[in-house]
Unconditional design. Structure first.
Length: 233
């Protein structure tokens, strides 16, 4: 079986898996091209810089010190069966398995469901805005199928949205939150857009980026829809 391609690693984090000390592995390759992507070096399919066996040995040395391993990217599910097998081995070490995903591979997510304990699912924009933001016509439909796949497992998830004002309005955010509430999502995270490039194409004002966080009425309306809402500023 093909090895997984790991392009980056965070050895310790308290914010990438709820309530657990974790390591994060960033896998290479992504089918999307989001306008605000902060990991452009991970987008193209290719060889990772880390040997999967050496990483596994290192994870073994972290047993008792860390509680979870999160697979991120890029889009980790792009690596299919090799990823699922690797997750299974890591889980057998006693770690909880987390997955950050854009939801593009609902069928692979269904196959991974028995070895993944929690997912953070990106909900990037309304269906109308999705193609402009991610460069893919079918990504919203795939993501919604992934959401339904995961909800059917009854396992924990967080749906998160990055509020890039070029693609998301306050009305969009409320519409998305209401739709997620109606589907049964209980944990939602609203993330501030942080520009990684300073050119005119990426220009937004501080006020535009802050608007989702400074509108108390909007915050209260969204807070009321979920068990927990994290406002990541
Ligand atoms: S899904 Fe994530 S890794 Fe892929 S292009 Fe979008 S922001 Fe970048």
């Amino acid at each position: 079986m093909r090895e997984i391609q790991i392009g980056g690693l965070v050895s310790f984090t308290t914010i990438d898996y709820p309530g657990k000390l974790a390591a994060v592995l960033f896998l290479v390759g992504c089918p999307l091209r989001c306008a605000y992507c902060s990991n452009p070096h991970l987008l193209n399919v290719g060889d990772g810089q880390y040997d999967q066996d050496k990483v596994f040995d290192w994870l073994q040395s972290r047993v008792g010190k860390l509680e979870a391993v999160v697979f991120s990217g890029g889009e980790a599910l792009m690596q299919g069966p090799a990823l699922i097998e690797y997750m299974r081995r890591v889980r057998e070490l006693g770690f909880a398995i987390g997955l950050h995903t854009n939801g593009f591979y609902p069928d692979t997510l269904a196959r991974a469901a028995d070895v993944v304990d929690w997912i953070g699912l990106d909900y990037k924009a309304t269906r109308t805005q999705y193609p402009r933001l991610v460069g893919q016509n079918v990504a919203h439909d795939h993501m919604m199928r992934s959401l339904d796949v995961w909800l059917s497992t009854g396992k924990d998830l967080e749906v998160r949205i990055t509020c890039d004002p070029r693609f998301v309005s306050k009305m969009d955010l409320l519409e998305i939150a209401n739709g997620l509430h109606d589907r049964g999502v209980r944990n939602f995270a609203v993330q501030k857009y942080v520009p990684h490039f300073e050119d005119s194409e990426h220009f937004t004002t501080q006020q535009q980026r802050d608007q989702f966080f400074t509108d108390e009425n909007l915050r209260h309306a969204i807070d009321a829809l979920f068990d927990s809402v994290i406002w990541r500023e």
